[in-house]
Design a protein around this ligand. Structure first.
Ligand SMILES: Nc1nc2c(ncn2[C@@H]2O[C@H](COP(=O)(O)OP(=O)(O)OP(=O)(O)O)[C@@H](O)[C@H]2O)c(=O)[nH]1
Ligand SMILES: [Mg+2]
Length: 340
């Protein structure tokens, strides 16, 4: 990086805090690219984090997550709150062109100084993306955004990772993804604090809604109507007293969105009153530390192992000359991280 013409981290932070969007974008790019400067930014900002409420929105491709995020952001803006949005594109074959699409769907938020939207794509591993996401969340949190909405496509590990990054997890379903809610997997059910059946204007929404109720062990009798939005309480609380409600929304028209935002706020209060927030914050801290420590240890190891030895060891494992456990012992020994 050209350090002569580039503004310092301190200058960037000052400018970003004053509302300079280009400075904020540069800070986020620094953080995404990792490295020494990233560490400087995050160390400087960490003491100012911990105020934002972080909401993860996950679900199968095309269920309307971006549209819903857009509608939720508008609702929050009406309530006088600022919103940071992170849209994660795992570059899966399902979501080709999602970044462009997200921009189109969120265009009515562009130009609003109370909203910041950042799209992120996987370059390396999903693990790398998860860490980069947490780091970008820290930047937006430190910048004072009241609510941070993270959209992840529910494919693979990303959807489960979101549970350790967010305070409140919304799982989005939609009709027409097959007869059943096949898109919902066991791991996803467990991480949901709130369920949404989006595209409630579509044929089959009721069926999806009822399939979800059945899956959650609910009878249809407990359905209560709130205009077009329907809310259902779980009979016995999971998550130590919180009953994940199910909402119907039409994200394209904003229907059911105020009720959904109310539920997020209720969940936030629940987390705070019950002590669950402190537990989740510890979990988030453990998660952050775990990612950073792994990366640091790996970097240190690679620094210490003679050039080319790591790759050579990989080839020996592939050729079955040695097993991966012996390979790790060998590498640790070479890096003087462990006696052989
Ligand atoms: N009929 C109807 N269409 C909707 C609704 N919400 C979103 N859509 C449409 O569904 C399509 C997909 O919406 P997105 O918001 O891009 O969905 P997504 O879940 O973000 O998609 P990926 O990020 O690619 O997984 C778009 O054409 C939306 O206009 C809704 O409530 N009703
Ligand atoms: Mg999307």
């Amino acid at each position: 990086m050209n350090t002569r013409s580039a503004p310092s981290v301190e200058e960037l932070i000052t400018a970003a805090l004053a509302g300079d969007r280009r400075a904020l974008a540069r800070l986020i790019t620094i953080v995404e690219n990792d490295g020494e400067q990233a560490r400087a930014v995050l160390q400087r900002l960490y003491p100012h984090t911990g105020r934002a409420h972080i909401v993860g929105i996950t679900g199968a491709p095309g269920t309307g997550k971006s549209t819903l995020v857009n509608a939720m952001a508008r609702e929050y803006r009406q309530r006088g709150m600022t919103v940071g949005i992170i849209a994660i594109d795992p570059t899966s074959p399902f979501s080709g062109g999602a970044l462009l699409g997200d921009r189109v769907r969120m265009k009515d938020l562009v130009g609003d100084p109370g909203v910041y939207i950042r799209s992120m794509a996987t370059r390396g591993s999903l693990g790398g993306l998860a860490r980069a996401t947490d780091d970008v969340v820290l930047v937006l949190d430190a910048m004072g955004f009241d609510r941070i909405l993270i959209e992840t496509v529910g494919v693979g590990q990303a959807e489960v990772d979101i549970a350790s990054s967010a305070h409140t997890v919304i799982v989005v379903e939609a009709p027409g993804l097959g007869d059943d809610i096949q898109a919902i997997k066991a791991g996803v059910l467990e991480i949901a604090d709130i369920f949404v059946v989006n595209k409630a204007d579509r044929e089959g929404a009721d069926r999806t809604f009822m399939a979800l109720q059945t899956m959650l062990g609910l009878g249809p009798r407990t359905v209560r109507h709130h205009g077009r939005a329907m809310r259902v309480d779980m009979p016995e609380g999971t998550h130590e007293g919180w009953r994940p409600p199910i909402f119907k929304t039409v994200a394209t028209r904003g229907e059911g969105v105020p009720e959904l935002v109310d539920a997020v706020e209720q969940h936030r209060h629940f987390l705070e009153e019950s002590g669950e927030m402190a537990r989740r914050e510890s979990e988030r801290a453990a998660h952050l530390l775990d990612h950073i420590l792994r990366d640091a240890l790996m970097a240190r190891l690679l620094e210490r192992v003679p050039e080319g030895n790591f790759e050579a060891t990989v080839e020996r494992v592939a050729a079955r000359e040695i097993d991966p456990y012996a390979a790790v012992e060998h590498l640790m020994h070479e890096a003087a991280l462990e006696a052989e």
